[in-house]
Design a protein around this ligand. Structure first.
Ligand code: SAH
Ligand code: SF4
Length: 357
């Protein structure tokens, strides 16, 4: 009977070290492997010239390095690229590259679908199937690098920023998410600075409390409403973890972090007539008055699974002005990749949903 091979992409850095020790090797072999895979894009053990021949043969026999397969690539008129990646169980997740003048940001998924089911989100509407494995998360970055380039140790990194803002709630898939963060930050792998890796959450307060001090990357909180009443309608998780509990957890995370320069990014999807009024803007100012933050206003990206509307430019401007005049750092996120359904909240993939919609 054929023995299943160990996929090295599924091993966290500590697990990979242990694996090499179990083969009778020194732990630094792990560093060599990480370099080959994530800096050079080499997955064929026979080409790993700084490993002894017998070790290469052993790895060929026992291991593999396997990321999900890119099954579709779509390019937007604005340069955004969306890749659909097929997983072993034939489900599909999506990854988006957003090129900008000074950076290339990759937006990755952490779950197949999402169990949180925010009222306005296409991913939530597609249901939820399962968490992604480490190889399926870090494999998205690997796959993108096969198209735009690996770093080879150079200063200029073809993928300069990674945001966990694709499909899924990262804090509900904690171990693989933290293991992939470690690979993103490792000098032997993607070597990204912790300010260039962002975890975005709908606000799973106890998990945020738990990871405070345990991981240090940029944090984004998807807020979308300034009162519990409205937020519970938009983000059902708010019933479990209401605003004050979430904001307290965010403060604790910030206290133990260097990556955020003391400030959390607040994401606020603007939905016409729902959360974009003058009163909503003032309520937001009051709620955030003593939270060090920058606010990202995201005009709703329309899709067929939700009846919300994008506010017109004047309403967005009015909301923006109120916050800016109160002294908040506020940005309007320009929609990228909408023509290929790659914009925030439009990712759907192919989810074999286990939940009833
Ligand atoms: N689950 C995490 C990360 C993925 S969602 C979270 O919610 O933070 C990434 C961002 O896209 C969130 O801020 C989310 O609110 C936003 N988003 C979801 N649907 C959207 C839509 N239709 N239009 C604009 N932004 C949307
Ligand atoms: Fe899940 Fe985030 Fe979409 Fe909400 S916005 S359903 S948490 S992916």
């Amino acid at each position: 009977m054929a023995v299943e091979k160990v996929n090295l992409m599924d091993l966290s850095i500590p697990a990979m070290k242990e694996f090499f020790v179990s083969l009778g090797e020194k732990p630094f072999r792990c560093e060599q492997l990480l370099r080959w895979i994530y800096q050079f894009g080499v997955t064929d053990f026979t080409q790993m010239s700084n490993l002894r021949k017998d070790l290469r043969a052993k790895l060929v026999e026992q291991c593999e390095v396997r990321a999900p397969e890119i099954v579709r690539e779509q390019k937007s008129a604005d340069g955004t690229i969306k890749w659909a990646l097929r997983l072993d169980d034939d489900q599909v997740v999506e990854t988006v590259l957003i090129p900008e003048e000074d950076r290339n940001t990759l937006c990755i998924s952490t779950q197949v679908g999402c169990p949180v089911k925010c009222a306005f989100c296409r991913t939530g509407a597609s249901g939820f199937n399962r968490n992604l494995k480490l190889s399926e998360i870090i494999g998205q970055v690997f796959c993108a690098a096969t198209r735009v380039g690996f770093s080879h140790n150079e200063e200029h990194k073809p993928i300069s920023n990674v945001v966990m803002m694709g499909m899924g709630e990262p804090l509900y898939n904690l171990k693989p998410v933290l293991d992939s963060v470690q690979i993103l930050l490792s000098d032997f792998a993607f070597a990204l600075s912790k300010r260039r890796v962002t975890i975005s959450t709908a606000g799973v307060a106890p998990i945020l409390e738990k990871i405070a001090g345990q991981v240090d990357v940029a944090l984004a909180l998807s807020l979308h409403a300034a009162t519990d009443e409205l937020r519970s309608k938009l983000v059902p998780l708010n019933d479990k973890y209401p605003l004050q509990e979430v904001l307290t957890a965010v403060r604790h995370y910030l206290q133990k972090s260097n990556a955020n320069c003391g400030r959390v990014t607040i994401e606020y999807v603007l939905l016409q007539g729902v959360n974009d009024s003058l009163e909503d803007a003032h309520a937001l100012c009051r709620l955030l008055s003593d939270l060090p933050c920058k606010i990202n206003l995201i005009p709703f990206n329309e899709h067929e699974c939700a009846a919300f509307k994008t506010p017109n430019g004047m309403r967005v401007e009015r909301f923006f002005r109120i916050l800016a005049d109160k002294g908040f750092t506020v940005m309007r996120r320009t929609t990228r990749g909408a023509d290929i359904a790659a914009a925030c909240g439009q990712l759907a993939g192919q989810v074999k949903s286990l939940t009833v919609n």
